[in-house]
Unconditional design. Structure first.
Length: 235
């Protein structure tokens, strides 16, 4: 049986197939995360979304930098050009989303990064600067592939009058999807040409980013509980 049938954004070949499949339980935990379910059925607490959005504002800027660095290290002109586009247009797609959502949810630019946002962006930038080019590609891939898959899956079941509609539309939109497909193709070619050792490193980088993606949603959802714990309001 083809286990990728259930995927809306299928792998580009056996190597990206293996990459997704070996992280399937983790990617499922992201796609079916209570944060995402809350966006789909409209029940996500506004505070959780506000925290997420504020941190995402900082995240996408650093993510775009990591793409620009990766572009500079690309092994082909096509990949260089693609990652330059990702750094600029990818950022712009999400900036547009933020332009709509920030005033709607009354969110301002935060003074500092949360623990998970700092950890994730440091990991992406460190990988782009200090690890190999294929590892950086693998580290950056979940941020697009997992969001695309999540956006498509949760939009299907989303309630109609939904405050998170714009988020759902952005990540299920074709413009976003076409970037993701090209990105998966580049990763497939790199995995194909990689040594076993490099392939393992790429798998590690991909998994680490998936872990951060999950933690990003969990942190936002738990922020209220954490604040209450710190101020002792629960007791
Ligand atoms: C944390 C995070 N991960 C992924 C995306 C989608 N590029 C995002 N906006 N924010």
């Amino acid at each position: 049986m083809n286990t990728f049938l259930a995927l809306n954004t299928p792998p580009a070949g056996p190597f990206t197939g293996e990459l997704w499949e070996s992280n399937r339980s983790l990617t499922d935990e992201i796609i079916y995360h209570p944060f995402c379910k809350g966006m789909s059925d409209g029940t996500l607490p506004a505070d959780a979304f506000r925290h997420y959005l504020a941190q995402d504002l900082l995240y996408i800027e650093q993510d775009a930098r990591a793409f620009a660095i990766t572009a500079g290290r690309a092994s082909t002109y096509e990949a260089f050009s693609f990652f330059i586009d990702m750094a600029r247009d990818g950022l712009e797609i999400e900036r547009n989303l933020h332009r709509d959502l920030l005033p709607f949810f009354g969110v301002e630019r935060p003074d500092k990064m949360s623990r998970i946002c700092r950890g994730y962006t440091t990991f992406l930038l460190d990988t782009a600067l200090k690890a190999s080019y294929p590892e950086s590609v693998a580290a950056l891939l979940p941020c697009f592939w997992v969001y695309r898959e999540t956006g498509l899956k949760i939009r299907k079941d989303a309630v109609k009058k939904n405050p998170f509609q714009k988020w759902l539309e952005t990540y299920s939109d074709e413009a976003y999807g076409s970037y993701v497909e090209q990105f998966i193709q580049i990763a497939e070619e790199l995995l194909f040409g990689a040594t076993l050792t490099m392939r393992k490193k790429m798998h590690y980088a991909f998994r680490r980013s998936c872990e951060f993606e999950k933690a990003f949603f969990s942190e936002a959802l738990n922020i209220k509980k954490d604040k209450e714990k710190k101020t002792g309001q629960l007791f």
